[in-house]
Design a protein around this ligand. Structure first.
Ligand code: ADP
Length: 267
């Protein structure tokens, strides 16, 4: 099998995308898409940055809902697909935006998923982008292998791993870290989500999962990767997903954190 003729086209399109960051998690439902979307909102508040979100969770795209653009459809032009702009400097592309019937299940084999991801990289009019966040499915699956291979020549700048503090989720994080090492992607850090809950009524803080092993912070230390932040379980965060809202600055620890601890490293 000869070289993939699409790779030069991808390279050409990606020339205008300065940084590409994968958002990973071992398990589903730990808040990976939430972190992706809120981080994108936060980064786009820095007005001089052009931000893009590419959702390659082909079978469970939740990014359109989280940005409140579920009813939008992508348009095709001579130059390719135009992404949906949540704001002037925040472009979003997801398979969820291409579906006529948003409730129909996507049952695709690896090759078809690979074809879709290729199109996202090659045929979307991304324009000039400073940081592209790529929301991936949980685990390490076809989609991860595809995107890493397709971006091999232009390079992936790093990965952020999202987890809950529960041992069962942390075990999978170790696998994600190992995966990143094997494919040569720098781990920018770990975000711990839903570790604690501050009750708005009684004002007490509860720890949702048993803090048996010291959580993600200890694991990050052991694995020698940066610990970025611990995000509480917060009804406002759940609400922001359902209603496609950006969190207010004061609540947005996701934002401030990653901006200060991660972005300085990659820009
Ligand atoms: P993943 O992408 O890992 O599958 P999601 O980001 O879709 O996870 O989050 C799963 C669900 O949990 C969503 O409904 C989301 O709104 C909710 N959620 C995630 N993080 C929080 C949080 N810190 N507080 C409250 N709800 C959250």
């Amino acid at each position: 099998k000869g070289p993939d003729p699409d790779i030069p086209l991808i390279n050409e399109r990606m020339e205008s995308v300065k940084r590409k960051i994968l958002i990973l998690s071992g398990k589903g439902g730990v808040g990976k898409s939430t972190v992706t979307c809120q981080l994108a909102h936060a980064l786009s508040e820095k007005k001089d940055l052009e931000i893009a979100v590419l959702d390659i969770d082909v079978c469970g795209p939740s990014v359109p809902q989280m940005f409140g653009i579920n009813n939008e459809n992508v348009h095709a032009s001579n130059f390719g697909w135009t992404p949906i702009y949540v704001k002037d400097n925040l472009a979003v592309m997801s398979v969820g935006l291409l579906l006529e019937d948003k409730d129909s299940a996507i049952i695709w084999r690896g090759q078809k998923k690979n074809g879709m991801i290729k199109q996202f990289l090659k045929d979307v009019e991304w324009g000039n982008v400073d940081i592209m966040l790529v929301d991936t499915p949980p685990g390490t699956s076809d989609e991860h292998i595809s995107i890493i291979q397709l971006l091999k020549e232009c390079g992936v700048d790093g990965a952020v791993i999202v987890t809950t503090p529960q041992e069962i989720s942390l075990q999978d994080v170790r696998k994600e870290v190992d995966f990143c090492h094997k494919v040569g992607i720098r781990v920018l850090g770990v975000v711990e989500n839903m570790g604690q809950f501050s009750c708005p009524k009684c004002k007490n803080t509860s720890y949702i999962f048993p803090p048996s092993s010291g959580g993600a912070r200890k694991m990050a230390e052991e694995l020698n990767i940066p610990f970025l932040e611990s995000i509480p379980l917060d009804p406002l965060i759940g609400r922001s997903s359902d209603f496609g809202e950006s969190l207010k600055e004061s609540q947005n620890s996701i934002a401030n954190l990653i901006y200060s601890k991660m972005v300085d490293n990659v820009l």
